[in-house]
Design a protein around this ligand. Structure first.
Ligand code: SAH
Length: 248
């Protein structure tokens, strides 16, 4: 079981697989006023940076589940590197339907809400693992500017304009699900550049190391097209943030 190979190639050098930077995760951890006894569940935990740094900085413990074998391995190495391997555990698995045995104070899905079939389904799934009064974290894109055409939405790699909301509507949608938005930390263009532009050097180096790989043609095509596509569309139209929610 694994995610499509292209992500394991383009994001192999990423510690954070979304437009957040290390300082944004630190800001979020501080904003949530995490206590050492807090347990955190992270569905789609990527390379484990959020859990590992929060374990290091705030003493939390936690579990991350991710479908990428590579990212799960990287999470375990990162936990050892930061000296928190006894606080955080990483499981290589499909997180769809995952409910924790022991309920948690913070249940997160940061940039992987397809795991629950969308934002509403993911909130419902995370709620099953949550202690009363706990916090749900959702990392999700929103439109900075509404794409004027469906082609512009597709340029942002969205299926359609209706895939995402504008920020006020996204915030209102949490209220409609009977959740208070109690905190939020938003990414910015520098963070988008770190996420997207970092893929380009990784692709270039991978191509140099794997010229005869069956996949080289696809990676070459992406490296040729991605910088302009990103600068034209995603960078201009797409925002991204993490929203902290508590049931009303
Ligand atoms: N939350 C992480 C990763 C976000 S990228 C971070 O902030 O860095 C989305 C992640 O979801 C990837 O790591 C991918 O491997 C993982 N993923 C995709 N589908 C999944 C599934 N069904 N179950 C678990 N993880 C999944």
């Amino acid at each position: 079981m694994d995610i499509p190979r292209i992500f394991n190639i383009t994001e192999s050098a990423h510690r954070i697989h979304n437009p957040f930077t290390a300082d944004k995760f630190a800001t979020l951890g501080a904003a949530l006023r995490l206590e050492p006894e807090t347990r955190v569940l992270d569905l789609g935990s990527g390379s484990g940076e959020m859990l590992c740094t929060w374990a290091c900085d705030y003493g939390i413990s936690g579990t991350g589940i991710d479908m990428s074998q590579l990212f799960t391995e990287q999470s375990k190495l990162r936990a050892e590197e930061l000296g928190v391997a006894d606080q955080v555990e990483f499981i290589h698995d499909d997180a769809a339907g995952y409910v924790a045995d022991q309920k948690v104070g913070v249940a997160a899905c940061i940039g992987a809400t397809w795991i629950g079939g969308g934002v509403a389904g993911t909130i419902e799934l995370l709620a099953k693992s949550l202690l009363p009064g706990g916090i749900i974290l959702i990392g999700e894109p929103y439109w900075l500017r509404l794409p004027p055409t469906e082609d512009v939405a597709k340029g942002c790699l969205a299926g359609s304009v209706s895939d995402f909301l504008m920020l006020p509507e996204l915030i209102a949608s949490f209220g409609n699900l009977d959740y208070d938005v109690v905190e939020m930390v938003l990414a910015n263009q520098d963070g988008w550049d770190r996420y997207e532009a970092a893929k380009w050097l990784t692709m270039r180096r991978w191509l140099e190391a794997n010229p005869d790989d069956d996949f080289a043609k696809d990676v070459r095509a992406q490296l040729t097209l991605e910088p302009k596509r990103y600068a034209t569309y995603t960078r201009e139209y797409l925002g991204w943030g993490v929203f902290a929610l508590m049931a009303r």
